[in-house]
Write a protein that binds this ligand. Structure first.
Ligand SMILES: [Zn+2]
Length: 100
């Protein structure tokens, strides 16, 4: 699962990103199919996937990861199956204060 505040990176970069928002249930087309650069049959729509909005840890710049699916414990791209998102750390759980 992916929650806001989760720290992620990709398998092709060392840059750390903090998840801001996850949008699930999208079926948008593969852009390179739409533009005619590739032909994988996803020019009109793609299998259901998620989009992830992030902030980069180092410079606070916005970053986006589009077209991913969660498969077991892996988060992989439906458009570039070699691209994978790796969870670095989950947000800390809220501290429970005991009142007595
Ligand atoms: Zn989409």
């Amino acid at each position: 699962m992916l929650f806001p505040e989760t720290i992620i990176r990709t398998n092709y970069s060392e840059t750390l990103h903090k998840v801001v928002k996850v949008n699930s249930g999208c079926t948008c087309a593969r852009l390179s199919d739409e533009l005619g650069y590739t032909n994988t049959g996803m020019h009109e729509n793609s299998p259901e996937h998620i989009h992830i909005w992030c902030r980069d840890m180092e410079d606070n710049m916005k970053s986006y990861f589009n077209g991913f699916i969660i498969e077991g414990s892996r988060i992989i791209s439906i458009w570039q199956p070699k691209d994978e998102i790796i969870i670095v750390s989950y947000p800390p759980k809220p501290i429970q204060l005991t009142l007595f």
